[in-house]
Design a protein around this ligand. Structure first.
Ligand SMILES: [Zn+2]
Length: 339
């Protein structure tokens, strides 16, 4: 028995010394200490040994067991050490298959792409971007825009209130008076950002959506500027031959207000299913900024006039990219986003 143990000791110390990598060491470890390994097999033989041999064999067995364990652990450390050194000195060289891997590159969200195009377009006309908070006071979102508390026009928005004073802004117009107070006149700003409403969700309505708004205030600004900006925008984004038209429409913070239609891009004004046979699609809302709103922004409405012009980038992107359900934009569905 003693001889057998010494034999194993010699054989395995040699094997451990020669091991080249961690995998080989693992194999050796299992051969020795695994469930069906040599050590267990030896222990199973102990009861059969003559009683007088046990006091000597027991400690020897334990000593060698420990020695083998330590040798494996030390070798493991040594192999790892070599690996770390290599990492420090070697350069990673990709060959063969590694170079064939197809590169998967990300891209902007379709609505972001559309917004970037829009921003570029109006920057050329001297508009600068302006930001206003998503959580705002009732005063900034409604009061200063000529929609005081209790005014029936507030029913036009299904507002998400946080408490009696704070709300999630229902439109980007909460930046209007802020911008007037910050920059004064003449003013050319655009606000493009998220807004929130308590909506019944369907293919055309989302609780979280984007809005784009232009505010232009100067001496002599009129509805003619609105017509120009609308055509400039539609022609650039939907096609050179697309016309724009203004139609009277009520919005509480403008006077007069207008719905902005583009000629239907599908039938070019002849009338089709998408436009309901009218030949026009309502894409934006606009109007002359109400004198009360100008006054709230510290601007004299007897000298200056202004226009506000806005649309929903999600709706426009639906039209431009032929998307039928508005909810797809926020779904996080990669199949849709990479299409
Ligand atoms: Zn049509």
């Amino acid at each position: 028995m003693e001889e057998k143990i010494s034999q194993i000791q010699k054989e395995y110390l040699e094997k451990i010394g020669k091991a080249q990598n961690l995998k080989e060491l693992d194999v050796i470890f299992l051969e020795l200490f695994g469930k069906n390994g040599i050590i267990n097999a030896l222990s199973a033989e102990f009861p059969k040994l003559p009683k007088e041999e046990l006091p000597e064999i027991g400690p020897l067995f334990n000593k060698i067991k420990k020695e083998l364990e330590t040798a494996i652990e030390k070798k493991r450390e040594a192999i790892r050490e070599v690996g770390y050194k290599k990492l420090e000195t070697e350069k990673l060289v990709l060959q063969g298959d590694a170079l064939q891997l197809k590169k998967r590159q990300g891209h902007f969200h379709p609505v972001t792409q559309f917004e970037k195009e829009t921003i570029d377009l109006f920057e050329k006309l001297g508009f600068i971007q302006f930001e206003a908070p998503h959580i705002d006071t009732d005063e900034n979102n409604f009061g200063l825009l000529n929609i005081p508390e209790g005014h029936p026009a507030r029913d036009l928005w299904d507002t998400l209130y946080i408490d009696s004073k704070l709300l999630l802004r229902t439109h980007t117009s909460n930046g209007q008076v802020r911008a007037m107070r910050k920059y004064g006149v003449p003013l050319r700003i655009m606000i493009i950002d998220r807004c929130f409403r308590y909506e019944n969700l369907d293919a055309r309505h989302e609780h979280t959506f984007e809005q784009f708004e232009l505010v232009y205030i100067d001496k002599g600004v009129s509805m003619a500027n609105l017509q120009y900006l609308s055509e400039y925008f539609f022609k650039a984004l939907l096609g050179q031959d697309i016309q724009a038209r203004l139609r009277p429409k009520y919005f509480p913070f403008v006077e007069p207000g207008a719905g902005v239609d583009s000629e239907c891009i599908f039938c070019k004004g002849k009338g089709c299913k998408v436009c309901g046979g009218i030949g026009w699609l309502e894409l934006a809302g606009a109007g002359m900024i109400h004198p009360t709103v100008l006054k709230n922004g510290g601007i004299d409405p007897n000298i200056y006039s202004g226009i506000a012009w806005g649309f929903g980038p999600l709706r426009m992107a639906m039209l431009k990219y032929g998307v039928e359900d508005i909810r797809k934009f926020l779904s996080g569905d990669l199949k849709f986003l990479t299409k």
